[in-house]
Design a protein around this ligand. Structure first.
Ligand code: GDP
Length: 177
């Protein structure tokens, strides 16, 4: 514990995708650093953060990639998806359109990524429950049909963020080991 020289058994690349402003950067900040900032980044360019976890006596380094704004220009490149073993497909539950675009994102993901990639659908901003525009059942149905894991989260309140990442990482580990 706390030993950064320990050997890494696995590196799992997980990509975050979805429309601009759904909360991808804040989900990553919450998971990797337990932070949330109201004023999000304005930087353009791919970025990733890592978090090292121990499961089953194995050290897993999660390398989580954020589009960092590329999606605004429809410029998420194939390099972004290369080597990804997991993907978080994020929508904003208060923005119907961001959910309606999930099919497009999924198509792009499936066109670029490995066919065994583990995918989780994330309905973020569940702290804004009174503004909900996407019923849980709609998302559940979509997830079931497309064979995705599904969770509703709040990066702001730290609801289900850790659980979501741990679920996808555990599933990746289960498949790979
Ligand atoms: P990205 O473009 O998908 O990376 O989205 P950001 O992470 O930059 O977030 C976009 C905006 O939504 C920012 O103003 C965030 O503060 C806000 N936001 C992100 N996650 C949440 C959340 O869980 N709840 C609420 N209420 N706001 C959030």
């Amino acid at each position: 514990y706390g030993d950064y020289n320990q050997k890494i058994d696995y590196v799992f690349k997980v990509v975050l995708i979805g429309d601009s402003a759904v909360g991808k950067t804040q989900l990553l900040a919450r998971f990797a650093r337990n932070e949330f900032s109201v004023d999000s980044k304005a930087t353009i360019g791919v970025e990733f953060q890592t978090k090292t976890l121990v499961t089953d006596n194995k050290t897993v380094k999660a390398q989580i990639w954020d589009t960092a704004g590329q999606e605004r220009y429809r410029a998420v490149t194939s390099a972004y998806y290369r080597g990804a073993v997991g993907a978080m497909l994020v929508y904003d539950m208060t923005k119907r359109q961001s959910f309606d675009h999930m099919a497009k994102w999924l198509e792009e993901l499936r066109g670029h990524a490995d066919k065994n990639i583990v995918i989780m659908l994330i309905g973020n901003k569940c702290d804004l429950g009174s503004l909900r525009a996407v019923p849980t059942e709609d998302a559940q149905e979509f997830a079931q049909r497309e064979n995705l894991f599904f969770m509703e989260t709040s990066a702001l309140e730290a609801t289900n963020v850790e659980t979501a990442f741990l679920t996808i990482l555990t599933e990746i580990y289960r498949i790979i080991s």
